[in-house]
Ligand binder design. Structure first.
Ligand SMILES: *Cc1c(COP(=O)(O)O)cnc(C)c1O
Length: 359
């Protein structure tokens, strides 16, 4: 935050270029890729849009997994660009299986791109990207595109080793910076497709971005303060080590899941993401009161449900610079809120379960 409050430097000066080189190198480390990582000025959805309009030709076929709000977005983007979407619909809270993916790929040989959501933020469900990518590689020559917007920095992601062609994220999730920057990494296979793509684009033309990247520049004025923030965040990740960052997220996620279950609360996701946990609000209590007390009395901000889960679940984030003590504070506040709402449980049972996972 303090770095971002410093005076703006000029983006065509060597000072910015030095920063740009470091950020790009550290992004490659974060994505675990030797390929190009481009920084775009937009929220995460801009990088999703860039993927769609740079990889297809009009009338092409794209396969996407719809298991929540963000998976659904891949379909909407394809439709907006005249690409025909084929949908694998997954019940909210569940994740696509290798068997389902195999079946659909065998029935649709002309699929050019497969779109996945690594951590479906609307449900807290994780996709086994490694296993799915393996089957896609085996069954087709479709490119594999991963929305990593809450996964990257929270869960293991080895873009090159897993054969991922395109991965995207945004500044405000695992990178811990305010919203406004998006990142897109591309494999050589993906670049070949970009070269052939004839869909309309201008601001998100990745060929322009790649040309600028070669001279440590961006085609348009970058959001310089956010760049400075991302630089600091990536240095933090480097210092901790990305594998340790993944392990910390796994540990914190486990503490929240254990606490919720000890309190008798039901989790939504069958194979949960380590970025967030979606928990059902007990039916015996008033959901509106629950949210209000948690926020106003105990100053804890959680997210509600989206779509048909509005008022039914709440989502706890453990993404970014969190530590064990913050998880215990969260669970403590949850217990006090449940008490205030008249929910019956043994006091401290959630905190004990969470604390227990740290030993
Ligand atoms: C937040 C999020 C997005 C959307 O990103 P914006 O920055 O709001 O455009 C897309 N996918 C996932 C999985 C997300 O969590």
């Amino acid at each position: 935050m303090l770095k971002m409050a410093e005076p703006i430097i000029h983006h065509r000066h060597p000072e910015f270029q030095e920063l740009f080189v470091r950020v790009t190198k550290n992004l490659q480390y974060l994505f675990q890729t030797k390929g190009d990582v481009l920084t775009l000025t937009s929220s995460g959805t801009g990088a999703m849009e860039a993927a769609v309009c740079n990889l297809h030709n009009p009338g092409g076929l794209g396969l996407f997994v719809n298991g929540g709000k963000f998976g659904e977005r891949w379909g909407e983007l394809m439709r907006a660009y005249g690409v025909t979407p084929i949908e694998i619909k997954v019940e909210w809270g569940k994740s696509v299986t290798v068997e389902e993916m195999t079946k659909v790929l065998e029935a649709n040989k002309d699929v050019r791109v497969v779109y996945l959501t690594h951590s479906e933020t609307s449900t807290g469900a994780a996709t086994d990207v490694k296993a799915i990518a393996e089957v896609v590689r085996k069954k087709s020559d479709a490119l594999i595109v991963v929305d990593g917007i809450t996964a990257i920095g929270a869960m293991e992601m080895r873009m090159d080793d897993w054969g991922i062609d395109v991965a995207v994220t945004g500044s405000q999730k695992g990178l811990m910076v305010p919203p406004g920057l998006a990142f897109i990494a591309l494999s050589e296979r993906a670049w070949k497709r970009v070269e052939q793509s004839k869909l309309p684009k201008y601001y998100f033309d990745l060929k322009k971005a790649r040309k600028s990247l070669a001279t440590n520049d961006t085609p348009w004025t970058p959001a310089i303060s956010l760049f400075i923030g991302v630089d600091a965040a990536l240095e933090m990740i480097r210092e901790e080590g990305v594998e340790n960052v993944w392990a910390r997220h796994a540990r914190l996620a486990q503490s929240i899941r254990s606490a919720a279950q000890a309190l008798g609360l039901k989790l939504l996701a069958k194979s949960p993401s380590n970025a967030l946990t979606a928990v059902f609000i007990p039916e015996s209590i008033d959901a509106k009161k629950f949210n209000k007390v948690l926020k106003e009395t105990y100053k804890i901000t959680v997210a509600g449900g989206q779509g048909h889960l509005t008022g039914k679940i709440f989502r706890i984030s453990h993404l970014g610079y969190y530590d064990e003590l913050e998880m215990l504070a969260m669970v403590s506040a949850l217990e006090l809120t449940l008490r205030d709402c008249g929910y019956k449980f043994e006091p401290g049972v959630g905190v004990k379960a969470a604390q227990g996972t740290f030993f």
